[in-house]
Ligand binder design. Structure first.
Ligand SMILES: [Zn+2]
Length: 273
């Protein structure tokens, strides 16, 4: 599943190739992903130029001329790639924007948990589902103090707080596990038993793991490609995620896997408390 760093890497790779390009034609091949694909507003994108490509959490926001923004979420298996227009349509290619210059921007999504919809640019962040997103972990506004504030009055495991997109937008399972490892916090530690310095440390490690993953080009677990369709170019060094039974890189004890709130969770019983 693409997580925030993968979406940011995709954004950076696509933006320079999309900016200034005009959409000539829109083709919709399925009725619905996670929600129906609305033919009329998507079709009305024809004739408009891309201005810039932004990101909020795991949503990509393509601002177009005429105050329209195309919002795309890749769900579990979505891929957004720019390919030659003449390339035959692939299985699961649900939406295609044919651009001037002979390319098309295509959205493939075998599992169809993704989303694509159009909103007026001015209100796009204030309307659902984007309005419900918590603070953006990158960009300078976020710190561990935000986590401490969000934890007040709650008793859930710290990992559940990190994965709550209404608290912080888009950290995801991989990076939650890695940030908790680096912060030395057990994933199941209740949030009402974490001191302010430990929250600050956790905030710093969240930012660090996301920024390192972006710098490395995203974590290629599966179903991830950058905007040019290249796969498997990069791999972030993961300390605990997916490594049950392997030695902890810090203390050598075996990494343990548990299921927390329905998600696979990896941690070191030696150095996470
Ligand atoms: Zn350890």
């Amino acid at each position: 599943m693409p997580e925030l760093p993968e979406v940011e890497v995709l954004r950076r790779s696509l933006e320079p190739r999309l900016s200034g390009r005009r959409i000539e034609r829109v083709a919709i091949h399925v009725r619905a992903l996670r929600a129906p694909l609305a033919r009329r507003p998507l079709g009305a994108l024809a004739g408009r130029r891309f201005l810039h490509l932004d990101r909020r959490g795991k949503y990509l926001l393509a601002a177009l001329e005429g105050e329209r923004t195309l919002v795309v979420h890749l769900g579990m298996s979505g891929r957004l790639t720019l390919v030659p227009a003449a390339l035959p349509r692939e299985p699961h290619e649900h939406l295609a924007l044919f651009l001037d210059g002979g390319e098309r921007l295509r959205l493939r999504d075998p599992r169809r948990f993704g989303l694509a919809f159009v909103r007026p640019t001015a209100g796009v962040l204030a309307a659902p589902p984007l309005a419900h997103l918590g603070i953006e972990p990158l960009g300078g506004a976020f710190s561990g103090d935000d986590l401490a504030r969000a934890a007040r009055g709650r008793r859930c495991p710290v990992k559940s707080l990190l994965l709550d997109a209404g608290v912080v937008a888009g950290i995801g399972n991989i990076y939650a596990c890695e940030a908790l490892f680096r912060a030395g916090l057990r994933p199941d530690r209740p949030v009402d038993r974490i001191s302010r310095p430990r929250w600050r440390r956790l905030g710093e490690t969240v930012i660090a793991v996301l920024e390192e993953a972006i710098a490395a080009g995203g974590t290629t677990i599966q179903d991830y490609t950058d905007g040019a369709g290249r796969e498997g170019l990069f791999r972030v060094a993961l300390a605990v995620y997916g490594r049950d039974g392997e030695p902890c890189p810090r203390c050598g004890r075996a990494i343990r896997r548990v299921v927390l709130a329905g998600r696979g969770t990896w941690y070191c019983p030696g150095c996470q408390r």
